[in-house]
Design a protein. Sequence first.
Length: 250
Amino acid sequence: MNLSDLAWPAVAGLSKDMPVVIPVAACEQHGYHLPVFTDSLLLGEIVRRIAAKVDSQVLFAPLLWLGNSDHHLDFPGTVSAPPRVYLDTLIGLAENFIQHGFRRLVFLNGHGGNDTPGRQAIFELRQRHRERDDLLFLFATYWSLGASPQEGAFAQREMGHACEWETSMMLRLAPHLVGDFQHAAPVEFGTPFTPAARGWITRERSVIGHIGEPHLATAEKGEALFSRFAADVESMLQRVIAWDGKSWNG
Ligand SMILES: [Zn+2]
């Protein structure tokens, strides 16, 4: 069910073992051919698909479209919560639901830049509430919950940016918002000092803004990705629903 549809007494009456899903995405540049709201639109579609499957068992918070996108700020249209503001925003959101009695909180992520502050947020939340043994904090990025799509004709083996995967899903979801992707030149992922992690901003990797191979996108690939990712998220949520409320394993 959607939090936004409920009056407060209805929220008060919910089981506090009901998982709360907080979708978090972004509003940031997605190259020449995709709109800045791409991450939020795609995550919204994932949520719509899984809500139809688990509607009575999960409470969905409204999607938080403001993400941590500072690395894209050289591109107009990007709006971003600075990393520490974003970290505190996620912690504050979680604290609100804890105050209302909920115990199983899942940040469902649709933007790579949210990953580091999101993991830090759940780490800090667990330390803050270390006297509690009944809390579950998860941060889950929808394209990282299963094996990489190997089947079919996918060229990419990982998520890029405004890439084969995202452009395909946008072609499936909102083709009227997709620009000239057929002539977008491939942008390599590169190997920046791996396996070390390098701090980066987007324009040093791509002057256009995309990373990957958007010219290979099709709506059929988009449907395959949506189906796969929605199934991965649903099975993760089923594990959260089935959790016994105290075990380490889940
Ligand atoms: Zn994106």
